[in-house]
Design a protein around this ligand. Structure first.
Ligand code: GLN
Length: 247
């Protein structure tokens, strides 16, 4: 078996070690004897979504998002098609915002892909801290780090998780991210996947099943270090419960 992973615009969207997510996809496939090919698509490159099994869209500054916005117009229809047909996507922070209709900053209106019915509006106070979620997709908590000026309004979408500690989509809603078909869109940097192998395996399994059939499943890995890192963060914030903004 083999999966092909498309890393979109690593020249612009590459904040806080998002590349670690690519390494994690690759390594966890290789440890199971499954081939992994990673194709980085730089801004302006042609993207053939029919060749891809997983797409990563990472985070970026407002300036970089504005630059990316121009390239997104060219791939909008193909990307939407890929998602609607069950293509697997991990979109982080700036990438999450760009899957939506728009990201309105104090200076600019950045048009998104419109794949998700969500909108993002910038506010001066940045939401920065470690964050812990309880996601209905997993029994283990999902841990990470968030740093965003945008507040994302997800309308009728299903959130990725409930905020156990941290700020999340708006700092007030109590929810974080979006899950739609085989897309996970989230504010969690960190990088997300090495700290949360359950999330990595969920996406890999979805991609393998889409390509090779529903019966494919991944063999478990020991994940001792990963669990240690995950529980360290969870235990550290466990007693603090929700820390949502007052205003
Ligand atoms: N520029 C966006 C914001 O501040 C996204 C930041 C990010 O990707 N970390 O909301």
């Amino acid at each position: 078996m083999k999966l092909t992973i498309g890393h979109l615009y690593p020249d612009l969207l590459n904040l806080y070690g998002d590349r670690g997510n690519i390494q994690c996809f690759r390594k966890r496939l290789e440890w199971r004897g499954i081939e992994a090919e990673v194709i980085p698509f730089l801004s302006g490159d042609k993207i053939d979504f029919s060749k891809l099994d997983i797409v990563l869209l990472g985070g970026g500054s407002d300036r970089e998002q504005e630059l990316v916005c121009g390239y997104l117009k060219e791939i909008k229809a193909d990307f939407k098609n890929y998602v609607e047909q069950g293509g697997v996507v991990l979109a982080v922070c700036g990438g999450y915002q760009l899957l939506g209709k728009y990201y309105k900053t104090d200076k600019k209106m950045i048009e998104g892909l419109g794949i998700l019915n969500i909108t993002t509006e910038w506010e001066p106070e940045r939401l920065i801290r470690n964050i812990i979620l309880q996601s209905p997709l997993f029994s283990d908590p999902v841990v990470g780090f968030e740093n965003h000026g945008g507040r994302t309004y997800i309308n009728d979408h299903t959130p990725f998780g409930k905020v156990f500690f941290g700020l999340g989509n708006t700092g007030k809603s109590g929810y974080e991210g979006v899950v739609y078909k085989n897309v996970i869109a989230t504010y969690l940097h960190g990088p997300l996947l090495p700290k949360n192998p359950q999330v990595c395996d969920y996406l890999l399994e979805r991609a393998l099943q889409r390509k090779y059939g529903e019966n494919v499943s991944l063999s478990p890995l020991p994940d001792k270090l990963e669990h240690k890192a995950n529980s360290y963060i969870f235990d550290r914030y466990n007693d603090k419960k929700y820390v949502l903004q007052e205003t």
